[in-house]
Design a protein around this ligand. Sequence first.
Ligand code: FAD
Ligand code: DHB
Length: 408
Amino acid sequence: MRTTVGIIGAGPAGLLLARLLHNAGIDSVVLESRDRSYVEHRQRAGILEQGTVDVLRAAGAGERMDREGLRHDGVELRFAGHRHRVDFPGLTGGRSVTVYAQTEVCKDLIALQLKEGGPLLFGAEALAVEGAESERPRVRFRHEGREEVLECAYVAGCDAFRGVTRGVFPAALSQVFERAYPYAWLGVLADVAPSHDELVYARHDRGFALLSMRSPSVSRLYLQVPAGTDAGQWSDEAVWDELERRLETGDAWRLERGPITQKSVTPMRSYVHEPMRHGRVFLAGDAAHIVPPTGAKGLNLAVGDVVTLARALTHERDTGSSELLETYSATCLRRVWQAERFSYDMTTLMHRGPDDTPFDARLQLARLERIASGRAAGTDLAEAYTGFPLDVRGISGRFRSGRGPVME
Ligand code: FAD
Ligand code: DHB
């Protein structure tokens, strides 16, 4: 098999890259080790930055998101019995976020790819990437019991943290920056209307809690738990009791309970692999970097990477210049480190570490007070949460060459 861009992984990074390349008239093949239903139902991110919404729309993948996504103009911070609303448009000059689940983004992109795009093979596991520095890098993969080879001009490793693509980087080239956290998130999905109309991030002496949602009738809630916790240790009643304690307010607000339909634990880590390019092989999304989920940056970073990569590939096709491919890693890493910084700040602001002292707790409260009472700290949070602007020029299906005028 041959293609221009071999894409490993059909998560948001791989699927959106395939769509952007299709719009630019560049062919690709997507290899995904799992089956379609797994990819479409894996419960993960829920919050899309303004820039991500703009990109999906410009890529022609925003129709259902525009109908069903919920625009949110703020979040609530709860601490020490206070409720403070961070007003996004007011602090950022009009920006907001959209609640639209990663499962739905993936469903929309898969449907489009199967209808209009190049091959998307499920049950196709990449085994190794070879020849990164040659003109024709190759992906060896297994599909329907047979070993096959995909010959490419470029390979995009969108195969997340446990994927194979990072293995192509020589040890002498790779630098890894990471941090583990001594806690994790227990996430539940519940068939009950969200108890608040915006997300609630709660800092509590017992640990962090987050109230989010998937739709007007489905709530998504998270509890900080010790790293290594087994979700089965928590009964539904214990989850609701603990959420109630950590989300408590001094007023009449009440947490509505309902049937819990899913429960899982997510470990938390910060991780960056530098560089994100070796020869003709590029890393995008969780294959290159992980953020702890507080602040909802992971999926949005993946989108930033693939927009940058699609533009660089289009530029090289149109002008013969590999300049943007050569600066791909540095361009992405600037945005990545801003998200790492923000996710780390949000995580350490809201969670209680096992070794935290009363001094640490007081500092958290002082940082929260500053966000609540000073415009500078609130603006910093609102700008980072809604996301730094993404350049969406040239990614619409209507401007296939990637030249010419752009925003619509
Ligand atoms: P993935 O979605 O992990 O996709 C990688 C794909 O590659 C997978 O489908 C995998 O099966 C496939 N693959 C792996 N190895 C191979 C192989 N060898 N061959 C072929 N295929 C392979 N981010 C946000 O922006 N907002 C949020 O609100 C948010 N909340 C989160 C909540 C939770 C509980 C979790 C776990 C994550 C959250 N994230 C959030 C992070 C976000 O889900 C990830 O950053 C995002 O999925 C990254 O997309 P990706 O395409 O890089 O990787
Ligand atoms: C969700 C996840 C997050 O990490 C976050 O900060 C906010 C919301 C969610 O899954 O809804």
